[in-house]
Design a binder for this molecule. Structure first.
Ligand code: NAD
Length: 500
């Protein structure tokens, strides 16, 4: 087992869907062709949205705890196929196996969360100012939820959205990244297995659209899609957000990050170094929560940098399917070129760059492995303020805590942030209203690797959306305020007398 074809078969993919298409799926591990997948036309996209709309009309009347049963079965199916799906994530997105399987675990976790949620879609009961009246709010499904996802979390992002959207009574139409169509088809095949065991799930409850921007735009512009949840670059969000707003649709944006770790003078440097290395080079710097900036106190900077350079020098780079490697490839050549351009700009802006060069080119001429880079910068220059989706860690020194906070908040993005400190005042200030301006703010933990229990997302150019845990489910429902009069009179609110 474990050739790509074996894995695809084990996940229940129909071999006919994997040949003869126009979209070539390649593995970033060695550039090898994995399949030729059929793309949807815009007309087919509209037909899928119509099927989903029909499904949502039936699904919204299924009691939520019964809907939860479908998510329980999906979680069970994912548990059974964790190894194969995790391996396919590694093959298609280039993550190391532990992270590929970790992504599937995240899917399982959100399914479990959704099962619990199926009995907790609570509304409030509100005291009415009128005698013999009761007020309450009820939460109803939206209808069709469109999901647009990025290449770097090819399965987890769909599951965060789909698990909540489905348990809330919606149908889901998913447009995955054109760089990762196979994992999307695999998820759809696993969903079909769960739906079959469920018995009476309406056809069209989960649809997948394979294709590029035109298919994504069909989803974005369709009045039948009540909510568009879009994960990807800020550039994409800038296009999608206003288009959905134009038709007064709802939008949930999860866009780029530029995440920093502050290391204070009292920090446990050993712990800090481990958190920074995982955050900066894990997933080859291709996480939205990757640590991209290090803001370190002058008094500990040399010591910490020494530890980082040592760890970087010994981090094994190579085929992510080989368990000993920690850094896999970049997704493609464009990503490599963008990294080189940013390193050149960093040097021009006064940075001292180590690493960043291509490696293993002889062994993998059609793949893009790099040595993760550290760039010691004279300040937060232009290049530092941009997200380059590659393993570059910009390092800046500070002397005063307020200066560190100003640097941390001084970029357009606001996703994840962290501080390593043993100083209570610093830690609490960092978490306070005048501290980090990000959606995620951590103490003595790095910026990446969030759990599903909390709401996930960020501020400013990261888009403001929240997915996953806490009360993020409310994004997938509409709220109705109900007033019930059980008296024999008709008093008006605010004591208004009308013709009495
Ligand atoms: P991308 O923006 O190139 O593509 C993301 C998705 O958007 C793809 O499916 C693409 O086809 C689609 N798309 C692009 N333009 C579109 C348009 N005009 N209309 C409709 N669909 C459109 O991003 P990528 O390179 O795949 O992923 C990397 C980016 O995603 C990084 O910026 C990263 O930070 C971000 N990201 C954010 C989060 C988060 O939760 N905040 C999570 C993962 C990735």
């Amino acid at each position: 087992m474990d050739t790509p074809q074996d894995i695809l078969r084990a996940l229940g993919l129909n071999p006919d869907t994997l040949t003869g298409g126009t979209l070539v799926a390649r593995s970033p591990i060695d550039g090898a062709e994995l399949a030729r997948v059929h793309e949807h036309t815009v007309a087919q996209a509209h037909a899928a949205i119509t099927r989903a709309r029909q499904a949502s009309l039936a699904w919204r009347d299924v009691p939520a705890p019964r809907r939860g049963e479908l998510l329980r079965l999906l979680g069970e199916t994912l548990r059974q196929h964790k190894h194969e799906l995790g391996r396919l994530v590694s093959l298609e997105a280039g993550k190391i196996l532990a992270e590929g399987e970790g992504e599937v675990q995240e899917m399982i976790d959100i399914c479990d969360f959704a099962v619990g949620l199926s009995r907790q879609l609570y509304g409030l009961t509100i005291a009415s100012e009128r005698p013999g009246h009761r007020m309450m709010e009820t939460w109803h499904p939206l209808g069709v939820v469109g999901v647009i996802s990025a290449f770097n979390f090819p399965v987890a992002v769909w599951s965060w959205n789909a698990a909540l959207a489905l348990v809330c009574g919606n149908a889901v139409v998913w447009k995955p990244s054109e760089k990762t169509p196979l994992t999307a088809l695999a998820c759809q095949a696993l969903f079909a297995q769960a739906a079959q065991r469920f018995g009476d799930a309406p056809a069209g409850l989960s649809e997948v659209l394979i294709g590029g921007r035109d298919v994504g735009e069909a989803l974005v512009d369709s009045h039948a899609v009540a909510l568009v949840s879009a994960t990807g670059s800020t550039r994409m969000g800038r296009q999608v957000g206003p288009r959905v707003a134009q038709r007064f649709g709802r939008v949930l944006l999860e866009l780029g990050g530029n995440n920093a770790i502050i290391v204070g003078p009292t920090a446990d440097l050993d712990m800090a170094a481990r958190g920074i290395v995982f955050g900066a080079i894990g997933t080859a710097g291709q996480r939205c929560t990757t640590t991209r900036r290090l803001i370190v106190h002058e008094s500990v900077a040399n010591d910490l940098l020494q530890r980082l350079h040592k760890a970087y020098a010994s981090a094994p780079i190579g085929n992510p399917l080989d368990g000993k490697n920690l850094v896999g490839p970049l997704i493609d050549r464009a990503s490599f070129d963008a990294m080189q351009a940013s390193l050149k700009a960093a040097a021009e802006q006064g940075g001292k760059v180590t690493g960043g060069e291509r490696v293993l080119a002889d062994q993998y001429p059609d793949a893009w492995y790099v040595r993760p880079a550290i760039a010691e910068m004279p300040g937060q220059t232009d290049v530092v303020c941009h997200e380059t989706f590659a393993p570059i860690l910009y390092v800046m020194r500070y002397t005063d805590f307020s200066q560190a906070l100003a640097l941390q908040n001084g970029v357009p993005q606001g996703l994840s942030s962290a501080i390593f400190t043993n100083d209570l005042r610093e830690a609490e200030t960092f978490l306070s209203a005048s501290g980090s301006d990000c959606g995620i703010a951590n103490v003595n933990i790095g910026t990446s690797g969030a759990e599903i229990g909390g709401a996930f997302g960020g501020e400013k150019e990261t888009g403001g959306g929240r997915e996953s845990g806490s009360d993020a489910w409310r994004n997938y429902m509409r709220r109705a305020t109900n007033t019930i009069n059980y008296s024999r009179n008709l008093p008006l609110a605010q004591g208004i007398k009308f013709g009495e």
